[in-house]
Design a protein around this ligand. Structure first.
Ligand code: MG
Length: 385
């Protein structure tokens, strides 16, 4: 078996995905070498990571901290600000770029990397939600591979190994249902930030944790699956599975169903995206089904979790709709986290933005970036009125 070292760029290295990715790299130093890292504002952790992994270059998003990073890392190239991040993402000196950036800010770096001919391990689902059509075209033009990191898509990908897509009947994206699965709809208006940040199974960043509480995360994942696996939306279903042990399933035309199981921990899908097509041995916690005992399933409640239906609507309508859905959601989530709007206002604001924007059938990159700005301003404006 070949043990050629893969050179990696980890964007968003101080976030939850980035930190887990570096744990994988640390355990297989012969297989992976870090060439570049980027962080938004956690300069101290970025410095610590760079001292350990000795990349050639790092990017710090918050330009005011670049002098501090430079002083701490002699001999390492320091890039700064948004332009520094995009420059780093455009380099072709790595084999794989892991995109662990949060939100719509992660979309353009994905495109830069594909244009540079670099394979992507994609955790940033917003890239595909906002620019799935464009990204698919660029992937084939540049002969670039995209490896999913999201646990559901990693599960589907693993189930599809060796299969012909013509034999697939449907994809089943599983979701835990989040912290409010059993909360009555009437109580949703009083949900606090602290309650919404308590996810029952997964430890994740703040934005995606709120997306899991509204279940917009599952909606975004259906759109992500649509662009990754090229099946019509009618063939992608959501099933609620509160134990988060089955990470998703693929049903074949003969009724055979394949599922991928594991402990709910992002380490596994992150490592697989980096080590594909190999599975690398790890001594971390293993799945013990006899301890778990029961796996249960139920249909999602689309009346209670309005964000799921909004995501299906956006995917059906296509064009610019998913861009506006995603950006409006992001802005609304940050307003909720800042205590400015109630939990129930999140889907209301998204609906308003989707209805009010000027629809585009085939948005290009400039259109998408302009729509992002428009939607951010729109949601901020709605708040003031
Ligand atoms: Mg997921």
């Amino acid at each position: 078996m070949s043990s050629k070292t893969k050179n990696l760029s980890v964007l968003g290295s101080t976030g939850s995905i980035g930190v887990n990715a570096l744990n994988v790299v640390r355990s297989y130093p012969d297989l992976f070498k870090i060439r570049s890292l980027s962080a938004h504002s956690q300069a101290d952790l970025l410095i610590e990571q760079a001292l350990e992994f000795q990349p050639a270059a790092v990017a710090i998003g918050d330009a005011t901290q670049s002098a501090k990073v430079k002083a701490a890392l002699p001999g390492i190239e320091i890039l700064k600000g948004r332009s520094g991040l995009l420059e780093l993402a455009s380099r072709d000196d790595v084999d794989v770029m892991l995109n662990g950036l949060v939100g719509s800010a992660g979309m353009e770096p994905s495109i830069c990397s594909i244009k540079a001919g670099v394979d992507i391990a994609l955790s940033n689902k917003e890239s595909l939600v906002m620019a799935g059509d464009l990204i698919n075209r660029l992937l084939s033009e540049n002969k670039v591979n995209l490896y999913p990191v999201d646990s559901e898509h990693s599960a589907i990908w693993q189930c599809l190994v060796g299969e012909d897509m013509a034999h697939v009947k449907r994809l089943v994206v599983t979701g835990s249902g989040g912290p409010f699965r059993t909360t009555p709809k009437e109580a949703f208006k009083d949900i606090t930030v602290a309650q919404a940040l308590k996810h029952p199974n997964w430890a994740m960043g703040r934005k995606i944790t709120i997306d899991s509480a509204t279940m917009m995360n599952k909606g975004l994942e259906v759109i992500e699956a649509f662009w990754l696996f090229h099946l019509p939306v009618e063939k992608i279903d959501i099933v609620i599975h509160p134990q988060s042990i089955i990470h998703s399933m693929v049903e074949m035309v003969d009724g055979s169903v394949k599922a991928q199981l594991g402990i709910p921990d992002m380490k596994i899908p992150i490592q697989y995206a980096l080590s594909y097509p190999r599975h690398l041995k790890q001594d971390w916690e293993q799945l013990d089904l006899t301890k778990i005992g029961t796996l249960t399933f139920e249909a999602p409640d689309l009346d209670k979790f309005k964000c799921i239906q909004l995501a299906f609507d956006a995917l059906q309508e296509g064009g610019s709709m998913p861009v506006v859905l995603n950006v409006a959601n992001e802005e609304a989530v940050y307003q909720f986290l800042d205590g400015e709007i109630p939990f129930t206002a999140i889907p209301e604001l998204i609906t308003k933005a989707m209805e009010s924007h000027e629809f585009l059938e085939h948005p290009d990159l400039d259109d998408i970036l302009a729509l992002e700005k428009w939607t951010q301003a729109f949601i901020k404006g709605v708040k003031r009125s």
